[in-house]
Design a binder for this molecule. Structure first.
Ligand code: 173
Length: 498
């Protein structure tokens, strides 16, 4: 049993060449690790000899340090009563933010998903907003994801009995109260201390499916344990260069009851999200000098923690995936019909037509636009009908309204993924916010299905939409709150202060 250290013992080791930190009541010698830390050495040095838990917690899944630091660097428990509290200096800017947070409207005043986004932008810590909202390069695809829905218009039917409307359906054979699943988004604790558990709780209440991300702030098991009996969860996978690690993760997920594996295929390298990158520069303390950093940490939060992702992943690996799991395999991030066809021919169970929320290749097309060509070509070349139970099509990116979802369903999607809106909902109001967001969507489905003349999801057919403009990118976009207000002007490099 290691001796219990005191705060004073740890505080002696507060230098670059002798650096200990405390995380969750345990001390670690991170001296040799400083230059290898994906988030850079500066942030660790800020806590040299001190308790770093508060800073560490949102960005690292719980056992990160234990798993990554050699065991001889684990120094054992610390008597936390003897540890001086790290004084968190609340800047004037932070004080103002907290005041804005207290001035959030009542949940009853939130009427749609845009409202969460607009409040989030005003009340979230700047770093968290920058990380969640940012997208690749000039953020053209990010905007297009939303704008694409403006190019599809309805052809509603009349005089159909819509006394009862039912928008429940199934995804990969599992019941869901609406044709939406909660898509995977990383680092939930940046927005709220309960992180992804907010999503698990609200998903349980509404019978919707949550896709658990590889890079959640909560551990995978915490998220599984928080689910109600029978609650369905999927898993989003980033494939590790070390396939043994991937195998272990996948088989653990299956053993814990995960019902579908969504393999991310659009991120062999992470896109440049400049809003996130600028934030990192600005947050650094220039007084802490770092010379030998091996990691270029100028690239923002996401890039810093994504170096394990294997850019060598290829079609050849699909056979291996089938050999290690019986879970349905779905590729997340397919962007043209040729790849959808290859996924079908490879015997996979579906594809998510997605550009990663505009965070990867800028000028990739919206999932909705890709859906149209995928349906056309798989019909023509493989005789498939859509929606299809055996090979399911999903779309994500830019979805803010039930009308958006209904357009995708009409065009052949089985269901639609929604990511950012739920993060904004829990960052502003916790699990209750997500609950409200889902309630809003229920209300929108009820009304819009009545107005469309579609009593059930099966009644939403291709003839109910006019999508002939979907491929033409130069059409007038009507004034739109999300486009004009929540999306931000891009920033430029600034002059130094002299
Ligand atoms: O979009 C993302 O930010 C993302 O998928 C990611 C990838 C690696 C690390 C953190 C987030």
């Amino acid at each position: 049993m290691a001796k219990v250290l005191s705060g004073k013992d740890v505080a002696l080791h507060n230098k670059r060449d002798d650096c200990w930190i405390i995380i969750h009541g345990k001390a670690y010698d991170v001296t040799d690790f400083l230059d290898d830390h994906p988030g850079g050495s500066k942030i660790i040095l800020k806590y040299a000899g001190k308790d770093a838990t508060a800073e560490y917690e949102p960005i690292h899944p719980p056992n990160t340090i234990d798993a990554n630091l050699p065991s001889e660097k684990h120094l054992g428990p610390v008597d936390l009563d003897t540890v001086e509290k790290v004084e968190i200096q609340i800047t004037d800017k932070e004080k103002e933010r907290q005041e804005r947070f207290s001035a959030r409207p009542l949940l009853s005043e939130i009427l749609n998903l845009h409202d969460f986004e607009s409040i989030a932008k005003q009340v979230m810590p700047e770093k968290a907003w920058a990380y969640y909202s940012s997208a690749a390069d000039d953020e053209i695809t990010n905007r297009e994801n939303h704008a694409a829905y403006h190019r599809v218009w309805f052809r509603p039917r009349i005089l159909r009995d819509v006394t009862e409307v039912d928008w429940s359906t199934t995804i990969l054979g599992h019941k869901t109260s609406m044709p939406i699943y909660i898509s995977a988004t990383a680092l939930g604790k940046l927005g709220h201390p309960d992180g992804e558990l907010n999503l698990t709780r609200a998903a349980a209440k509404h019978d919707v499916i949550q896709m658990i991300p590889t890079l959640a702030s909560c551990s995978f098991d915490e998220i599984i344990d928080a689910a109600q009996p029978g609650q369905v969860q999927f898993f989003q996978l980033y494939v590790n260069k070390d396939r043994n690690i991937t195998k272990r993760i996948v088989q653990h997920a299956e053993q814990r009851g995960v019902k579908g594996l969504f393999i991310t295929v659009d991120a062999p390298q992470l896109g440049r999200r400049e809003k996130d990158m600028r934030m990192k520069f600005e947050a650094d303390d220039p007084k802490i000098v770092t010379e030998n950093e091996k990691v270029d940490r100028s690239q923002g939060a996401a890039r810093a923690i994504s170096s394990f992702i294997d850019p060598g992943l290829s079609w050849k690996d699909m056979k291996w995936f089938k050999s290690i799991t019986k879970m349905p395999l779905i590729l997340k991030g397919v962007q043209c019909w040729e790849d959808a066809l290859m996924a079908y021919d490879a015997g996979l169970q579906g594809v998510v037509l997605s550009n990663h929320g505009g965070r990867q290749l800028d000028f990739s097309r919206s999932g909705l636009e890709v859906l149209v060509e995928v349906v056309d070509n798989l019909k023509a070349k493989r005789g498939l009908k859509f929606p299809n139970e055996k090979f399911q099509l999903f779309v994500d990116g830019g979805v803010r309204r039930a009308t958006d979802v209904l357009k995708a369903i009409a065009l052949g999607a089985n269901a639609v993924g929604v990511g950012r809106p739920f993060i904004y909902a829990f960052s502003t109001y916790g699990a209750e916010g997500v609950d409200k967001a889902l309630q809003i969507l229920h209300d929108e489905f009820a009304m819009n299905m009545r107005l469309l003349g579609a009593p059930t999801i099966k009644d939403i057919v291709p003839e109910m939409v006019d999508a002939h403009n979907i491929h033409s990118h130069v059409v007038a976009v009507p004034g739109d709150r999300l486009y004009d207000s929540n999306y931000e002007s891009l920033q430029y490099a600034k002059l130094q202060e002299v």
